[in-house]
Write a protein that binds this ligand. Sequence first.
Ligand code: SAM
Length: 283
Amino acid sequence: MTAEPAAGEDEAAVKPRRQSLEIEILTLFPAMLQAPLAESIPGRVQARGLATIRVHDMRHWGLGRHKSVDDYTYGGGAGMVLRPEPVAAALDELRRPDSTVILMDPGGEVFGQARGHDLAARPHLILLCPRYEGVDERIRALADVELSIGDYVLSGGEIPALVIVDTVLRLLPGAIDAESTAEESFTAGLLEYPQYTRPPVFRDMAVPAVLTSGHHEAVRKWRLKESLRRTWRRRPDLLEDRPMSREEAKLLAEVSHEETVAAADAAEVDAAQAAEQAEVERR
Ligand SMILES: C[S@@+](CC[C@H](N)C(=O)[O-])C[C@H]1O[C@@H](n2cnc3c(N)ncnc32)[C@H](O)[C@@H]1O
């Protein structure tokens, strides 16, 4: 872990500007979380005092001599479920009036950047990471929100918790260069524009000339247009209810026209090739 500012970072820019975010993570496998949270941006954010993360072993609140936390499901069925008492005991100890308790669950609200911003503005997060077949239904009543990271089932809540915590940490003021988060995918409701580095030409693919022109306004406009193009091609759903500035609407109309012409041209080439192939086969 290092508290040193990254190359090019202003020392003042990395000073905490708000109350530090506190995060508690409740898990049966603390080691799964410790290394990823100690590296890179999560590690730096904590070293700078922007956030404090405490990982707790749920067995600490386990029942009986064996510190048991799970049991068979009433009515029969495969697997074990997390019992409510250890979770309730942990929350009795950790919960504060300003806490937000988050249950990792594949049936929860699908986590996205907007929820990430929301959580980054809160003072105290408690993330519950169940394992096994999930949780006793009554545990849901102890949570403020249930979050899923997507429509698939993982073995436990640790990886979802890491996804959420990583997203939230990089959104904290001072965590990374503010320009980076402002321009990233989803922040402005669009996917990010294409980016290039050296070499200028790689396997016949050249960096777009505008990016080396030194013309800042032209670069800004190109990036906005390519951001709209990528979103239009890959995630048109993001454009559906998104309010547009006049400039964005104009650029999007250009993109739509260019893409329609390109699709028609491609279809024409395909048809010509198919006709040529048919002619070869006829002979
Ligand atoms: C094997 S899963 C249990 C799945 C549960 N039987 C079901 O069908 O919904 C164990 C735990 O992993 C976590 N988990 C798995 N997939 C997840 C996802 N996509 N998002 C968030 N948490 C997930 C949840 O905490 C879940 O309780």
